[in-house]
Design a protein around this ligand. Sequence first.
Ligand code: NAD
Ligand code: 0WE
Length: 259
Amino acid sequence: MSSPFAGKRGLVLGVANKRSIAWAIAEELAGGGATLAFTYQGERIEKAVRGLAEPVGSPLVTECDVRSDEDIARAFSEVGEVFDGQLDLLVHSVAFAAAEDLEGRFADTPRDRFWLALDVSAYSLVACARAAEPLMEAAGGGSIMTMTYLGGERAVPHYNVMGVAKAALDSCVQYLAWDLGRKEIRINAVSAGPVRTLAARSIPRFGTMEEIVNERAPLHRPIAAADVAQAAAYLLSDASQNVTATTLYVDAGYHAMGM
Ligand code: NAD
Ligand code: 0WE
């Protein structure tokens, strides 16, 4: 099984740089023989994403701000063009909350920034799944995965509005699984422990959080993006053909602990 993704066509949302979880997943898929299109948010990171996508032979790198219905429609139409109207795999690895809402009190989150976090981090999955649906149906089915975090199920200090967004995202996975199941489209989530990405490094006290997990998780070790990528690859591959609407934890077992 050296080429589990041979002949598969995928779209990856959420690469910002080489440390992005989305990039680790892309490397795993491309290594398994998949052909991948990429979207990026904003000109600031375009060069980095093009630089990563080119060596893996990507036929498409295009801008997509997930807050924009027009961007999503254009990006998926371009994907349809390069992949003959078909798509097998979709990786959604996108989240955003205003930095000031990831410190201080959740109770102080203003209305506009509450909706911003839910728009980018949860609704975007619904919009992208809907846009992928006809392409995956044409391919005879497909597999979608997204990235979630324990902070959507329990209160993790400072995760705040992102936790509420992940709770919504987790629920979206379940409702989308029901809608898309009849079309042989599966959708699942990977719940990762703290991974040192760009988004993570800018979070105050991220180091302390990693230490807590290393001390309390059954496996007492940190999580690498590559570990997450292998779990994602399983959920995207035919090896998980009867698995949908689930969450796979890649957190060294931390989620099972009560203290
Ligand atoms: P990252 O910063 O590399 O990835 C986040 C991505 O979201 C970036 O590529 C960014 O461009 C994109 N994004 C933000 N706003 C967007 C918008 N409006 N339109 C389009 N794209 C937008 O960080 P990451 O840690 O790789 O995060 C990827 C996913 O993994 C997120 O859903 C995050 O919540 C989740 N996650 C991360 C960790 C962790 O510890 N790093 C743990 C569990 C889950
Ligand atoms: O989902 C995440 C982080 C996502 C994220 C990160 C940022 C940093 C930069 C969303 N929005 C932003 N906005 C920015 O301006 N994780 C699971 C990693 C994470 O973030 C935390 C965590 C963990 C774990 C924030 C507080 C507490 C724990």
